[in-house]
Design a protein around this ligand. Sequence first.
Ligand code: FUC
Length: 777
Amino acid sequence: MSLSRRESLAAMAAGTAALATARPADAAPASPHPLTLWYRQPAAKWTEALPIGNGRLGAMVFGGTAQEKLQLNESTLWAGQPYDPVNPEAKANLPKVRDLIFAGKIEEAEALANRTLMAKPLTQMPYQTLGDLILDFPGLGESTAYHRDLDLDAAIATTRFTANGATHMRQVVASPAENILAVRLTSTGKLDVDIALRSPQREVQVAADGPAGLLLTGRNGASKGIEGNLRFAARLTAQVEGGRATQSADGKLSIRGAKSVTLLLAMATSFKSVEDISGDPLAATANTLAKAKARPFATIAADTAAAHQRLFRRVALDLGSTPAARLPTDERIAASQTSDDPALAALYFHYARYLLICSSRPGGQPANLQGLWNDSLNPPWGSKYTININTEMNYWPAEPVALGECVEPLVQMVRELAVTGERTARTMYGARGWVAHHNTDLWRATAPIDGAQFGLWPTGGAWLCTHLWDHYDYSRDRAYLTSIYPLLAGSARFFLDTLLADPTTGFLVTNPSMSPENPHGHGGTICAGPTMDMGLLRDLFTQTIEAATILGTDAPLVADMRAARDRLAPYKVGAQGQLQEWQQDWDADAPEQNHRHVSHLYGLHPSRQITPDGTPALAAAARRTLEIRGDRATGWATAWRINLWARLREGDHAHDILRFLLGPERTYPNMFDAHPPFQIDGNFGGAAGIVEMLMDSHGDIIDLLPALPKAWPAGRVTGLRARGRCGVDLHWQGGRLDRAILRPDLSGERTIRLAGKSRTIPLTAGTPVTLTPKDFA
Ligand code: FUC
């Protein structure tokens, strides 16, 4: 941060403090609840608007007065159509690229890879906006007493203000049960509103739909030579109380003199599955609205809140509160680098849970780079699934914050990737099993994209498999394990077929690969056997072996995986005392010493191959790497560093980085993570980091308050989940545990650790156990 930036932040913080004194919190139009984001002005930018979503449909609510805008998303509206991008030249050229890499001719290898191995087209299809719902309120004068908020507990966005002597209220929800967006407009005076739907997509038509409805239809975009062949529709119906509706020729719906108006909006595309886009969005939206119409807004909102709260209320977190928490959310973020606002970290944590529930629900798409919310046809990185860190990070908090259901779309995506990835494995590598490189999209493309230096990394699918395993490890659900076992085995088979003996060391390595996106300074980025791949494959083989053992299956495959695992290249400590990123000690030569990716630290977090207790020398080397890389990075990379320092049991260091993440350089006014631009992974990674500071579980071990920072001397968290289906509540005071309550849903022994002491106890399903520091004496 430059000095002037520091100064301006300090000035901002001072200004906010002055404001706080001049205008006490109780003068605000509504009392701020700890689980709300709230503001004193409408959103001027998209990153100030508030997100709502039901896992399929999303909207960004701007909270405008004379004009309100809802930017709209439907999670299957991506560019393109089913396609297979594998380069037909790849298989013949792969051996040459491998040889060049083993011979140290990286530049030549990368050039050949770029000419012959990369996907056609070279990038995948972007996720796209559907358009906007625009509400114009003619004659609405200047507004006062303005307030808008997002209630994270009730999943409702509300705008309130006074204009022309009347109080106006607007509420927006995204109903999962009805699969609609519902908007309620009320006024103590008379309501006049002109309603329009618009879309930047192709072949867009807007027409009247019955006496008080609108229908927008269109077709998705082509991208990079892949024709767009999805049809989509947005269908709106207005329920008008005490006024009348008229349709205009230009596709607008006008309502005059109403007491209240309820708008129901259904959106759908013709996407049915990765291979089938023959759905009928006209029929789907008509059916949805026909069902929803019978239900008053109050019922829809109550049902939406209830469905949300079933998930959201599982966890509570209190990190303490200070007067800073009385300010509007944007002012708190602006002041966060100098104010003491522990409740802002708690709000960030709750917001991440809210965002995951809204963007990843069973039956829908997984949360992409922007979750569900994107206002562009050509968003940054296509708002796709970048699986060399970003998609995984989205799901880091899911299991410990008791949102296991929200992982279901990710599991489904891996099922689909295993199909497309089998084609890529066969056609590109001549291998069994399945492979996915560093990105995928709605069509589950799996070939390497963007350029060899970004995309030629074969372990994306393997990383996703560790999430499938984690979902089992938290639930210990054997039926689920049976269903995902073929995916783990398929990924393992691919690597059994493609790992090669390093001619120098004899260890088995991936080739070609890379340490995600970090050039090593020896001719490029691609290489053989980056440390991260070795860590990922160690986990993939170990977890697949364990799964096969539990299920009593596949003995020959288990033997092969054991043999391969034993020959993977081990971790190495380099000349700077750092954990080596590559097989060779190239770390000091890498041109970007502060590179955002810290892929080789995968073994410390999210994996557990490196721990301060179990492998102290490697943990010290990982610590050295973190020092060299530095604490400041882009959004998700900042979030990863929080998790890593927490795993090193350095809570204060983790907290310093968290504080930076919560500041205006990394958090937009609507609390979306700034990469910049917006990327949602930092929101999820930040929340995961907060969990890591409070509770950590692996296998049957549960660590209590492993990295509690001094900044949170007293607090409480309830409803966290540890592996092996166990609830964990923690209460602490004076920086020390007061009591922990374990709530097992499964009987068995667990080892509980606190401040360097450990205790093994039998747990009985359904019987809570309370532990205090005395139990660890
Ligand atoms: C990876 C990262 C970038 C960005 C992109 C979506 O390529 O290196 O920083 O997050 O994914």
